[in-house]
Design a protein around this ligand. Structure first.
Ligand code: ARG
Length: 569
């Protein structure tokens, strides 16, 4: 497709003698259609050219050569230059591209770049709760979108499978293992053991000692301890996998914290040599006061054990060497902002190339706030993700049962709708915002929801079913799509790839969710205002084709968020 931003930048560059690609970055897409398709903000040049923005706008406009086949007109509005692209050309560009490309919007801009995304990362033997949902869903969307843009993406599930709690679990299992059926209901049963052993530790110093010993033995590779640890890990993963199957999550690496157990001595050694590692109350720490961080980073606790931070430092070294990453993203809740600040600052002492330390990026997200009441389970406030997803599916099923009782494959559709609703809800607002979880909102077919996007897609499908023969792109008279409603859609479709690029620029999948809502709304207006199936064959063909294009992009976009589309609902 023609890159219209580039075309505009070229013209402005010619008129100003400034650098084309820099100018391109300044170009905006106006919110209001009456301001054209693209706007160039002249105040960005005011400093450099030492002139007032409206004067600059005038001068550029005078000098620009317009080729009407591409740019219909240029207008000045305040300090902006507004560009109006030829409607027919844009329509042609979009529809011809969709006609011969199954993967509309796919690009190669990421070629040769490696992106590590660290996401999901639940803790072994602990419930996979709603807090992990956001990480899994946000990370999963970024994973798919980066891939689609041509990046080499490595999805890492940095499991919490290490720490003194495993010494406790081993001890508990040793004492009472046969009282619990951990094969049948692993996480619940392990949680019970954990609570019980903690109590025992409080009552008896000797038990605590035994637990510490177990952990030490585990680290030293003791057969019994390692085998048990492996068993807990395996059983927990089987349970987590049920959630991943529901969500369609993918990972390329399952290296959790334990994987770094033999890689930490190197980190400690390097830090020691840097002279920055100091003793404080028996622990080894790095003071970060000079870097403006008030809390020091603890590398080794006073009892000699390593920390979550040390393992993250070892993971940075490993990932730099193994994946040669350009960016390494960490998707966790904002509760870990300080942790990553510390770790990323200390990472600068590891002697890695700056490329790596500059590429480290924490992607924090807000909390999920529950409307108390119905959703809480026996364990109190912890909502298990699997229960939540299954509840969403059964609620979706109820709605389908009411709205469309004769629908085929109700189970399958309910699954797509129920899961899609939860995923979309998680991605619909900017990620740092806290999210309120409310069933009525997320499953509303008319709201700004996943089911609304799916419903709109299904509508495009049913329009296509009404025609005997799908028109070929070559048969379309593009002029039949010059009305406002069609043009709104064309413009959105044109901006699909740009939207995906924006997502990766800000690591913000909600940019795509908002886009899909806009597109669905634009289609609803088009559908309500324009007769698609009509006597006039030429009009019908053009509109049917546009409907098909909308369906393609809605589906592609939703899939990139991790949402599947039903054909009927
Ligand atoms: N297991 C951690 C938790 O549940 C998240 C790990 C995030 N990734 C990392 N490299 N620290 O909070």
């Amino acid at each position: 497709m023609i890159d219209f931003k580039q075309e505009i930048a070229k013209k402005v560059a010619k008129a100003t003698n400034l650098e084309e690609n820099e100018l391109k970055n300044y170009i905006e897409i106006p919110k209001d259609n009456t301001n054209g398709d693209y706007a160039f903000p002249c105040f960005r040049l005011a400093k450099e050219l030492r002139k007032a923005p409206p004067v600059i706008a005038n001068e550029i406009k005078e000098k620009i050569e317009i080729d009407e086949k591409i740019i219909e007109k240029v207008e000045i509005a305040g300090g902006y230059l507004n560009f109006y692209i030829s409607k027919e050309l844009m329509t042609k560009e979009v529809l011809s591209e969709i006609a011969d490309n199954e993967n509309y919007g796919k690009s190669k801009i990421g070629e040769g770049k490696n992106i590590v995304i660290d996401y999901s990362a639940p803790n072994i033997a602990k419930p996979f709760h709603i807090g992990h949902l956001r990480s899994t869903v946000i990370g999963g969307a970024l994973y798919k979108i980066y891939k689609y843009l041509g990046y080499n993406v490595i999805g890492v599930n940095h499991l919490g499978d290490y720490g003194t709690q495993f010494g406790k679990l081993i001890e508990g299992y040793k004492l009472w293992g046969d009282e619990y059926d951990i094969e049948k209901d692993p996480i619940n049963e392990l949680t019970k053991i954990y609570i019980r052993i903690n109590q025992a530790c409080k009552e008896d110093e000797k038990v605590l000692e035994a637990c510490r010993n177990n952990f030490k033995k585990l680290e030293d590779g003791d057969k019994y301890c390692v085998e048990l640890w492996e068993k807990f890990r395996k059983l927990s993963l089987q349970e987590f996998q049920r959630v991943y199957d529901l969500l369609g999550s993918e990972f390329d690496s399952w290296n959790g914290e334990a994987f770094y157990s033999d890689k930490m001595p190197e980190v400690i050694d390097i830090l020691e040599k840097s002279g920055k590692l100091v003793e404080s109350q028996g622990a080894k720490i790095i003071d970060l006061e000079e870097e403006g961080i008030n809390t020091p980073c603890i590398i080794e606790k006073s009892n000699g054990s390593t920390t979550y931070a040390t393992r993250d430092l070892a993971a940075i070294m490993y990932r730099a060497r193994t994946y040669d990453f350009d960016k390494a993203l960490y998707v966790t809740s904002y509760e870990q902002v300080l942790h990553f600040k510390q770790v990323f600052t200390v990472a600068k002492l590891l002697g890695l190339d700056e490329k790596y330390t500059n590429g480290l990026k924490h992607i924090p997200f807000g909390m999920v706030l529950l409307k108390t009441g119905k959703m809480s389970t026996r364990e109190g406030n912890i909502i298990k993700l699997e229960e939540l997803l299954n509840e969403s599916i059964s609620r979706a099923k109820e709605i389908i049962e009411q709205k469309n009782p004769s629908l085929e494959n109700k189970e399958e559709v309910a699954k797509k709708v129920g899961i899609g609703a939860v995923i979309f809800n998680d991605l619909s607002n900017s990620r740092v915002k806290d999210e309120i979880f409310d069933w009525n909102t997320i499953l509303n077919f008319q709201g700004e929801t996943g089911p609304y996007i799916q419903y709109t897609y299904v509508r495009t499908k049913s329009v296509l079913e009404k025609v005997d023969k799908m028109p070929e792109y070559e048969e379309i008279d593009l002029k039949k799509l010059s009305d406002e409603y069609s043009q709104n859609i064309i413009k959105l479709l044109y901006n699909f790839e740009d939207t995906l690029i924006q997502v990766t620029g800000k690591e913000e999948p909600s940019i795509l969710s908002r886009y899909l809502i806009e597109l669905a709304k634009a289609f609803s207006s088009f559908y309500n205002e324009n007769k698609i199936i009509t006597e006039e064959k030429e009009v019908q063909n053009a509109r049917v084709y546009l409907t098909y294009a909308v369906g393609q992009v809605l589906k592609k976009g939703a899939n990139l968020l991790g949402i599947e589309m039903p054909n009927k609902m």
